[in-house]
Design a protein around this ligand. Sequence first.
Ligand code: MF3
Ligand code: CO
Ligand code: CO
Length: 266
Amino acid sequence: MSITIKTPEELALMRIAGRLAGEVLDHIQPFVVPGVTTAELDRLCHDHMVHNQGCIPAPLNYAPPGYAPYPKSICTSVNHQVCHGVPNDRPLKKGDIVNLDITTIKDGWHGDTSRMFSVGDAASILGKRLMVITHECLWLGIAAVKPGAHLGDIGAAIQRHAEKNGFSVVREFCGHGIGRKFHEEPQVLHYGKRGDGIKLEPGMIFTIEPMINAGKAAVSELPDGWTIVTKDRSLSAQWEHTVAVTETGVEVLTLSAGAPPNPFPT
Ligand code: MF3
Ligand code: CO
Ligand code: CO
């Protein structure tokens, strides 16, 4: 397979799927409080997607080669969990930081976005700084997207900002093309060198979803076959948007009323 270029009509459909994914995060935000379980957050998001939005939650039963079918409708990655955390019956505690990752399918098209939440608004100084810097990394990556730029420009911008702040970039997982399929080409690395990789063209649609660790970059997989954690048990944060390359620059498809704004508006 190669990179699919979306037509204006397809872009319009991805705008809808993307906004709906963002709106799931808006909907769930008030429920992310001390004592709630991630299984309960999963159930609330599932019901909202299926019954209010008429969407299919893409993670449910998703089974890429070599993986068992994913058992839930969203991913919930807490503290030292990096990504793909599987919702369970443990309650969230005041001071936890948690990533909620939502992927909707609307009329056959995918929208993929994630945000960090500070449970009880009580994250540690380090946790807060990690969430803020990772959000800045996402938006510096987005700012590198325009026709003629290279894929490596995105990773370089993210890596520079993370490492300048004493954090490290997870290497094993990356952003991805997205459209009719959940994960398409290209792979969007969150590290690299300016000028490396393919040139961006209008109509390309992909995610940028940096995973940034407070400690070392190394990760491992839990026995559930899905949950990824930092090897050194340090905190990890992630933010994700789905973006389209336009004739003039970039359009973020997963914005919604409650999405935190670009910290570097132009
Ligand atoms: N939403 C994740 C991503 O950003 C993928 C999750 S796959 C799942 O690519 F099966 F764990 F849901
Ligand atoms: Co993604
Ligand atoms: Co995602």
